[in-house]
Design a protein around this ligand. Structure first.
Ligand SMILES: [Zn+2]
Length: 78
């Protein structure tokens, strides 16, 4: 398992998101953003919109996805 923070994934806080793969942590971040916004946290609103935009425009988001996968690959296992 590896851990990336909300901030590393484009969000505003330092919550750690754990997963076996980059896709796992991206999905965890997606859930975290949804929960934060639903809970009335305006700080996560922009990151939530960005993430929704990525699902809608996957080709345009390839750069972000590639960077995130690379950052994940370079992390130590924990
Ligand atoms: Zn967060």
């Amino acid at each position: 398992m590896k851990t990336m923070t909300c901030r590393q994934l484009g969000g505003p806080c330092d919550l750690g998101l754990r997963g076996e793969t980059a896709d796992d942590v991206i999905k965890a971040q997606d859930r975290h953003l949804k929960d934060a916004v639903k809970g009335g946290d305006p700080a996560h609103e922009q990151a939530h919109q960005d993430m929704k935009g990525r699902w809608r425009h996957p080709v345009a988001s390839m750069g972000w996805y590639r960077d995130t996968k690379k950052a994940f690959a370079e992390l130590p296992e924990d």
